[in-house]
Write a protein that binds this ligand. Structure first.
Ligand code: ZN
Length: 302
């Protein structure tokens, strides 16, 4: 699997994704310990669900459809978070992690070929540098991590939050994902972030359970058979609590290759799995497909 991660980098850049490569130099790592002291010291607050959101096309920011309606509805029913932590398919790093550390994170328009109106959208939520620092302290036991003030909110984050929390009055930070790491790594990072759920922080992974841009057909939302097949298999594994089967998705061979020619949009599901506590369900709050090859299935956990 590792070698495939490396070989897919050219595909990633070809699709116009921003890959921040080698942004962090290696540091000496402290011995790994599972405690999450910094996060545990934060004051307790209402326990937050975790989310996995299929964000689909950037056009969902300015269109009204079944998914944007579902995001809006969910935002009205969720307890108001003290802060939001997003893991977006569109912020990938290598050899370490970055966490947004700005008081006022900038907008990142990480797409091309869309109407100019899309690049004028704003989501003026504040950042939360103190929370970013706590996350940095917690995760540095496992991987090099630094605060970053260049990256702001990419479209995996703001396209969804514009609908879910339109007032933009809740602090938002983003944590990058290390693209070269295996599923188990992302799963373990999520476990380290788990205490944040008891501190009023809403953690959401933003990707898609199936994401093949080469196959998409913009005029048709009826899924390809292979897309539906992969989506159903993953959903069934998730409902069975079989996290390992989801992390072993490459065992599905050509079906996995069709569903995810690159892995960026699948990585956030490993965080959602790692954030699930015993007894909590993955509840689908919207689903279906956009453009035949992008699953919009989204989950609320807890
Ligand atoms: Zn995307």
């Amino acid at each position: 699997m590792k070698s495939r991660h490396y070989s897919r980098r050219t595909v990633l850049t070809g699709l116009g994704f921003t890959v921040v490569g080698g942004a962090i130099g290696m540091k000496f790592l402290k011995p790994f310990k599972p405690e999450t002291e910094e996060l545990m010291q934060l004051p307790n607050a209402e326990r937050m669900p975790a989310l996995f959101v299929g964000h689909g096309s950037p056009m969902n920011a300015i269109e009204s459809n079944e998914w944007t309606a579902a995001w809006q509805e969910l935002g009205k029913t969720l307890p108001k978070p003290k802060a939001i932590l997003a893991l977006s398919a569109h912020w990938l790093t290598h050899n370490g992690l970055l966490v947004t550390a700005s008081e006022r994170p900038p907008m990142t328009y990480d797409f091309g070929g869309f109407p100019p109106e899309l690049s004028r959208q704003q989501y003026p939520a504040p950042g939360d540098p103190a929370l970013a620092k706590d996350i940095e302290s917690t995760l540095q036991v496992k991987i090099p991590i630094q605060g970053d003030t260049r990256w702001g909110f990419d479209h995996g984050t703001w396209v969804v939050l514009k609908h879910m929390f339109p007032k933009a009055d809740i602090p938002v930070i983003q944590l990058s994902m290390d693209y070269r790491k295996p599923p188990s790594f992302h799963y373990e990072v999520a476990k380290l972030l788990q205490p944040l759920r008891n501190k009023g922080v809403l953690i959401f992974g933003s990707g898609n359970l199936v994401h093949n841009l080469r196959a998409m057909v913009r005029t048709d939302n009826t899924p390809f058979d292979w897309a539906q097949d992969f989506d159903t298999r993953m959903h069934n594994y998730i409902q069975d609590g079989n996290h390992q089967a989801v992390m072993d998705f490459l065992k599905l061979g050509s079906l996995a290759e069709m569903a995810h020619p690159t892995y960026d949009h699948f990585l956030p599901i490993f965080y959602a799995l790692g954030l699930q506590s015993p007894g909590e369900e993955f509840r689908t709050f919207c689903g279906g497909f956009q453009y035949k090859s992008v699953s919009m299935r989204s989950y609320r956990i807890g």
